[in-house]
Write a protein that binds this ligand. Structure first.
Ligand code: ATP
Length: 287
């Protein structure tokens, strides 16, 4: 089975409060983009989960979210046999683009199909949240309002195809560290409902006017390239950091504008990964 596992950006990210169990209650507008990993997944008679990756810096053992997703399905449903997963990693790692979560979501879906388990999307989402808060969203994809710890999902009208530039500074950040450093007393909360309204209307101007991420200042204090990249994007488009960062994305109104930002950022070396993509509606495409 071949599955494309797509990255996401956050058009809005607000943290409402810190729960007693340490998790943060959030309100986010999630959007799938065209950039994706490719997974070739096969069922094997031999037990075990065997992963190969096209990059050296990713674990292929129990630390890989692919492994955790496969193991969860095997244990939960008492499956015999195993899987081989050949991962082509295109999504920058530890970048705020849900690269690991989307791979895990792809494995849950694949095992459901390969073993003919007949699990509904809701059942897969309930399993997914045990791996990570972004996994239920990755199972669903598209334009979505995420609440709770990220697992309460409301589908929004798919937004039009907008041009997106992704620029990841040459460092990774830990999501737990960024949330841990957040001081909720001193942040400006973005208006998530206005962003949702803009997305639903397909109105780029409303979206970029209200777009905001409460974690941006936390990560930017540690990764100065975020600010530099944002100023370049501002010359021809609209920037925001995605998730806990450090990837900055830009939305643009023309190919010329996105190409200009791409070339200008490329010259500076502020970004280790620089990718032009677009917003993506998984329901519109036939794989
Ligand atoms: P999020 O936006 O959900 O916070 P992220 O894009 O910031 O996610 P990931 O790319 O998912 O972060 O990587 C976070 C960590 O997870 C990395 O340290 C990486 O080694 C580990 N990891 C485990 N499995 C994977 C995988 N399949 N793909 C990417 N990273 C993985």
């Amino acid at each position: 089975m071949k599955i494309d596992a797509h990255a996401k950006i956050n058009l809005g990210l607000d943290v409402i409060r810190r729960r007693d169990d340490g998790y943060h209650e959030v309100r986010m507008i999630m959007q799938t983009v065209g950039l994706h990993d490719e997974l070739l997944i096969d069922r094997t008679d031999e037990p075990g989960i065997h992963i190969t990756v096209n990059k050296d810096d990713l674990p292929v053992n129990g630390d890989n979210l692919i492994y955790r997703a496969g193991k969860l399905m095997m244990d939960e449903y008492g499956l015999t046999g195993g899987i081989t997963v050949e991962l082509t990693k295109n999504i920058p790692v530890a970048a705020g683009l849900a690269g690991g979560s989307t791979d895990a979501a792809a494995v849950l879906r694949a095992v459901n199909t390969l073993w003919d388990l007949g699990l509904s999307q809701d059942e897969l989402k309930r399993l997914g949240v045990r791996i990570g808060a972004d996994v239920p969203y990755c199972i669903m994809g598209g334009t979505v309002m995420a609440e709770g710890i990220g697992e309460k999902l409301t589908k929004l009208e798919a937004c039009p195809k907008w041009r997106v530039l992704l620029a990841k500074p040459p460092v990774g950040v830990s999501t737990a560290h960024v949330y841990g450093s957040l001081n909720l007393e001193s942040v400006t909360h973005p208006d998530i409902d206005k962003i949702a309204e803009g997305v639903t209307k397909g109105d780029l101007h409303t979206v970029v006017r209200y777009m905001g991420n409460v974690l941006e200042s936390v990560t930017e204090a540690e990764v100065p390239q975020i600010g530099y990249i944002k100023s370049i994007i501002k010359e021809s488009g609209y920037p925001l950091m995605s998730g806990s960062g450090p990837t900055v994305f830009g939305l643009f109104e023309s190919d010329e504008a996105v190409n200009r930002a791409y070339e200008d950022i490329k010259k500076t070396g502020y970004a280790a990964d620089l990718i032009i993509t677009q917003t993506y509606d998984p329901n519109e495409q036939v794989d």
